[in-house]
Design a protein. Sequence first.
Length: 255
Amino acid sequence: MTITVANIRRYPVKGLSAQDLPAVELTAGQTLPFDRAYAVLHGPAAAIDQEGWRPKSEFFTLARNAKLAALETEFDEATQTLVVRRNGRQVARGRLDEPTGHMLLEQFFTAYMAGEVPGVPKIAEARGFAYTDTEAPLVSLLNLASAHDIERVTKEPVDPGRFRANLWLDGLEPWAEREWVGRTLTVGGATLEVVKPIGRCPAIDVAPSGTPHGGSRELNLLQALRRGFGHTQCGVYARVVTGGRVALGDPVQPV
């Protein structure tokens, strides 16, 4: 069976909604362009100026702040503008590359996340890296068959968007991606090396933005993974070895 790229997603602001792409130009040793390029610091971390990668505990994330998934966002790459909507209504807008835009968005998150953590939220910008969960710049791959196989345990549909992966793959047997660790893949015009499985956190229990239950924890997928499969992994991380264009429908071939 042919393995293909079924979806390409990035998350311009860590913890907020996805942006689907028809194609992407991957660069060796980098994440997807603008993937987790921004994040919202909270609590004491927001008062500390620090260059470079920071752990996810310092940011608002779905693992602890499920109400983020009740928001829908749009990101314009050309102007670096983020639009935030709730229930279809615009509630905030600002340029992420300008101080005024930061201020407007930070004011919104201060009000919206009130009571979640102390302090005033602050938008952090990644320059030359990304605020992914791993300090190493990696791309996340999701086997759609594995995500849907979890439904045998949950007895309910499992939206693949819960796993917040960059490249969704179709045409694999369930869990076959776990055998790719240490192997190289050609994905469209790029070459990737699979480095490790993705260990999951409570973020996958949160229904994604744009779904009927967005922002709620109506499924316990961590428990389902443990009970049904004896682990809490789903998807794999890969390093971009050779850059190139990847588009929807492109073939994926283990080397």
